[in-house]
Design a protein around this ligand. Sequence first.
Ligand code: PMP
Ligand code: GLU
Length: 397
Amino acid sequence: MEQLSERLLALQPSATLAMSQRSAELKAQGIDVINLSVGEPDFNTPDHIKEAAKKAIDENWTLYSPVPGYMSLRQAIVAKLKRENGLDYKPTEILVSNGAKQSVCNVLMALVSKGDEVIIPAPYWVSYPQMVLLAEGTPVSVEAKIEADFKITPAQLEAAITPRTRAIILCSPSNPTGSVYTRAELEALKDVLLKYPRVMVIADEIYEHINYIGEHASMASFPDIKDRCVIINGVSKAYAMTGWRIGFMAAAEWVVKGCNKLQGQYTSGPASMSQKAAEAAWNGPQECVEEMRVAFQRRKDLIVRLCREVPGLEVNDPAGAFYLFPKCSSYFGKKDGERTINTSTDLAMYLLDVAHVATVGGDDFGAPECFRMSYATSDENIVEAIRRIKEALARLK
Ligand code: PMP
Ligand code: GLU
C-alpha cells in the first residue's frame, strides 16, 4: 500500500530547494534561467581545503569517525570559538554533524517534547518550523516587519513566551532578511530570557562571517545565559563548502550528549574526509573568508541600488548574509493578461516563467508580502536579473 506516514504527509517540502530544482530543470531544457533561489556561495572551495581532503583520502581517513566528529576537528572548532568569538568550550561540548541543517534538527529533537512551543522570529528560514513540527513541537512565529528592519523587540519576545516555551531560534545574520542583531539588541532580548529559565536559545550563526557591519555578536557571549545557548555554525557559507556537509553545535555537555545519542542511531559521524577538509578550513589561512565577504558586500550594494529603482518594491539594506528580501505586496491583485498575482509565491512563479529569474516567494519564510533573492552570484547575473525582473513587473497592471 502506497501510504506515507502522517508525519511525512504533514511535512512541507523545502521551498528553497524546490525552487532551485525547478530552475535547474528549466536550465536543462535550454532556458537561460538566472538562479537567485538557493542560498549558497558561488565561489569554489579554496584550494588548500581541497588539498587537505585529497590528502585525507590518500592517508585513508575513509572509515567511520567517532559519532561527534574527530577529536582533532572538535579541537579546531574549540580554537575557532576562542579565536573568533572569545568563547570557551571543551571538545565534549561540540558535536559535528552532516551540515548545520542536521545540527538544528538534532537540537530540536533533543530539547522539544510533544506540545512544547518554539519561538521563531519571522521572517525565518523555511526549515525551522518544519523541523519543530517533526519534533512534535509547536512553532510560534513572532512577526518582525520590514519597518523594524525585520528584527523582533524584547516586548514582542516576552509577549510570546508561555509556560510551554522550550526554545527560541535566533538566526543572525538572518536568512532570509540579512538582518543582524547588534550586541545591544541581543542583550535586551537576553534580559527578557533570563526571567524564563526553561527557555533555551538556539543561535544559528551560519552566516557569521558574511557581515557588513563589523561585529558579530553571539548570545553565548553573555556569561549569564551561555549555559542555555546552543550555537549552530559550520563551514558551508564562510568557506564555500555547502556540498561537504559539515556543521556543528556548541552547547552544554548534557545537550551534546543527548544529540550524540540521537546522531549515533540516525546517521553516525559525518563523512570522514569532509571532516578533514573542515579542520583545514578552521585551522588554515582565513584570507579567503574576507575575500568572499568583500565580494558579497559589493554585490549587496549593487542589488540594493538596482532594486530601489524598481517601482513597487520596498527594500531594506541588509547588514549580512547574501539575501535580499523585498516587500512586493504592491503587486498583489495585478495581472499580466490572464495571469493574476495574488501571493508572493505567485510572483516568484511569474518571475521564473516570464523573466526566467528564480527567486523564492516569502510564504514559506513566514512573510507572505516579501520574496527572497540570493545575490551569491556574479555582478553580471545580478544586473541582468534585476533588469528582467523590472521589465516583467512593469507588465503587471
Ligand atoms: N541555517 C540557515 C539559516 C541556513 O540558511 C542554512 C542553509 N543551508 C543552514 C542552517 C544549513 O546549512 P548547512 O546544512 O549547509 O550547513
Ligand atoms: N540555506 C540555503 C537556502 O536557504 C540552502 C537551501 C536550504 O537548505 O534551504 O537557500
